[in-house]
Write a protein that binds this ligand. Sequence first.
Ligand code: CTP
Length: 444
Amino acid sequence: MTTRGPSVVLGVGGGIAAYKVASLLRLLTESGHDVTVVPTESALRFVGAPTWEALSGKPVRADVWSQVPEVPHVRLGKSADLVVVAPATADLMARAAAGMADDLLTATLLTARCPVVMAPAMHTEMWEHPATQANVATLTARGVHVVPPASGRLTGSDSGAGRLQEPEDLYAVCLRLLAGSPPAGEDQPAASDILVARATETSDASEGERGSLGGRRVVVTAGGTREPLDPVRYLGNRSSGKQGYALAQVAAARGAQVTLVSANAALAAPEGVEVVPVGTALELQDAVVQAAKDADVVIMAAAVADFRPRDVATTKIKKTHADTPGQRDESAPTIDLVRNPDILAGLVKVRGEATSPVLVGFAAETGDQSGSVIFHAMDKLVRKGCDLLVVNEVGDGLAFGTDGNTVHLLFRDGLPGAGYAPQIGPAPKDQIAAAVWDGIQTIL
Ligand code: CTP
């Protein structure tokens, strides 16, 4: 079964930053969104229709005079789950604020009843002009989410406020609005609060990451537990800890206070992160329960052993072992296992109403005859009751120990469309980590 993702209209204004919007389009389509690109005539002078058509897989038009029987100037806006306009130029925002409908994009903006987000980009003088600021105020008062531009290098040698926010950041705002948070309204500058710190703090995109998790306490588990059999052997798994470490690093870079509960990972501690080393599932449980007490988010990225040996031999189990003292046994020993606690399910069970941390689980899945990877993961999301499940496809050399990854995000409270699971990647694990945090921040 293929599930059609939410329907997004991507309006593109006539500014040089239009080239960056191709990346936003890619992020949206690759995560399963059904995107229709509506450029203005002048946007097509910067980036031509073939680019938008190739990336969206749909025909692209700017005027209202083609395919008239389909009434696109009404249909597109009415059927969209989200309209995002980037770059929103001074001229485009002026036309939208005045309620004009002189091309397909402005007509779509008039007919849309879904959340609308605009990402302005222009020269500082145009942005700061009272006319533009008045138009922004008008649009904001009508419920449009205007994402303030970043400061930094502009088209020429000049710099200042007016840079289009980075495509990844705009993508995060889109996910947040599609998830229904925040609701439209004047007291909701929050549509862009993921970005406000970045826009005002600094002109450098990577430094601009700092601050969006400022004041938050975060617990991340990473690695794989080892359940001892005797002083030299253990039952373990192949988790390297790389994804968990990347999640801790991104959270610290975004300003969070991070505790990383690390099970047997041979990795360097990320800067600014408190590392609590553990060995077994029971040790990991103790460390997590302790650290989770005043946490805003707990991410269970560690691969926790579901079973442990009932008894741990105090001396090395010999090949020719002795079950009964005095008797040498040439057969293989039988190892009795007992269940380990399900730590994530335990955290779900005890969470209070008001102070609950956001609980994030990881699911390493392979598809099998009874269902696909996503099928098993949805079952796990329900069973575990966490807020977000990051689904990792494993097997055939995927995920374990590698630097790259592909995951799906399954939200408990859902994004529009049952079974909708946006895909992140294939991408390096630090990029996956950033996208997972963007998803978590839509819940926060
Ligand atoms: N987990 C946990 N405690 C366990 C086992 C798993 O907290 N004893 C957490 C993992 O850290 C992960 C999530 O639960 O975030 C899912 O882990 P997984 O091993 O895929 O789930 P299981 O419930 O063990 O399901 P399966 O039967 O597929 O092994």
